[in-house]
Design a protein around this ligand. Structure first.
Ligand SMILES: [Zn+2]
Length: 368
């Protein structure tokens, strides 16, 4: 399988984050993507490709131009305005209730950067650092290059090793370690170029609130997601099962909210619900938002999935018969991250399940 990767993500060098107001070591770190890259390289069955630049057009096709402008300027502005930290996070958030009952024009973007960040941010844990914008742009190009490989390159499936991830980013909002919604941008590009319906399967542990919001009123882009129930997990704001779309999008949104401790067996039943729905949808391409925070040892998840089930998930996703644009999302237990990704992708390619250590490689991707 072809894998699109860019080292630009290394400049998005995040070491701390905020959880409920407390600064803690970061989960979404550069080592995540590096572990996946090293493990796929060690496997030998994956061919790496560089992303090509696709410009602003595909980004503003799903995101507010103001979000693109803010992210492109944020770090430089933070330096100019002498923000005294090596990261930018919002101080106040432009909460909908702040201007309740007032005309929309009073919902304004302050030029002061810690206020301006709060105009666009979902949370305070998604830091902007010097290399964030370049990394987020590269992640979009990684996704779009994976689209090119499938639409023009004759590939049955391609994997975009996107970092930062994307599925929490809404049309006019960044958050949840996501800046641009790589999967939504890819799906929109597939829609534009093929004129077909597009299906999205989101198997990250968290609900992809951004992807749901972007395609909420679209009947031609189906969003399906298996995730931790929002009554106990981030993003809390969306992810309930009665969210099925509105307007032209009625019936084109399927949320399967899962309990704590979710087993392999429970997960596969839920997966089949989503895949049955996708099989009924016209269109020849499926975008997969592929996270591994569903893994049993993930530090922020609470599911109980094990490595072999990812082989089965990849296999069943491919068995629907659509071409696959597979894009990296979350997953924070780094020791198993590479092996889980490799196992999923091999399942999608129709290769047998074969643990990497059996091939003489350590989990770190080097010769044991
Ligand atoms: Zn996640």
């Amino acid at each position: 399988m072809r894998v699109v990767y860019s080292p630009a993500h290394l400049g998005h060098d995040i070491t701390t984050q905020t959880v409920m107001g407390v600064q803690v070591p970061a989960n979404e770190v550069a080592n995540r993507a590096e572990r996946i890259r090293a493990t796929l390289a060690a496997d030998g069955g994956f061919v790496f490709a560089d992303p090509t630049e696709h410009g602003d057009g595909p980004i503003t096709a799903v995101h507010h131009p103001g979000l693109l402008k803010f992210l492109s300027e944020a770090w430089e502005e933070a330096r100019k305005q002498r923000v005294p930290y090596d990261f930018l996070a919002p101080e106040t958030m432009t909460h909908a209730s702040a201007t309740e009952g007032m005309s929309p024009r009073f919902r304004r973007e302050s030029p002061k950067i810690e206020g301006r960040a709060g105009f666009w941010a979902l949370d305070t844990s998604t830091y902007i650092v010097s290399g964030t914008y370049a990394a987020a742009r590269a992640a979009v190009d990684v996704a779009l290059t994976a689209v090119d490989l499938v639409l023009d390159g004759g590939e049955r499936a391609a994997y975009g090793l996107c970092r930062p991830p994307g599925h929490h980013a809404a049309r006019s909002m960044y958050g949840g370690f996501c800046y641009f919604n790589n999967a939504a941008i890819a799906a929109q590009e597939i829609s534009r170029r093929t004129g077909e319906h597009v299906s999205i399967l989101d198997v990250d542990y968290h609900h992809g609130n951004g992807t749901e919001q972007i395609f909420w009123r679209r009947g031609d882009v189906l969003y399906t997601s298996l995730h931790a129930h929002p009554d106990r997990q981030y993003p809390f704001v969306l992810g309930w099962e009665d969210e099925t779309g509105e307007g032209d999008g009625v019936g084109a949104n399927l949320n399967v909210a899962l309990p704590a401790g979710c087993s392999n067996e429970t997960y596969l039943v839920a997966l089949d619900r989503a895949l049955d729905r996708i099989a009924d949808e016209p269109g020849s391409v499926m975008v997969v938002s592929l996270g591994f925070d569903t893994y049993g040892q993930d530090p922020i998840g609470d599911f109980a999935l094990t490595t072999p089930v990812y082989h089965e998930v990849g296999k069943r996703a491919a068995a629907v018969g659509k071409r696959l644009v597979i894009l990296a999302e979350g997953g924070y237990y780094i020791p198993a991250l590479g092996e889980n990704a490799r196992t999923w992708l091999r399942g999608a390619e129709g290769c047998a399940y074969e643990p990497l250590p059996a091939l003489g490689f350590s989990e770190a991707g080097s010769r044991a």
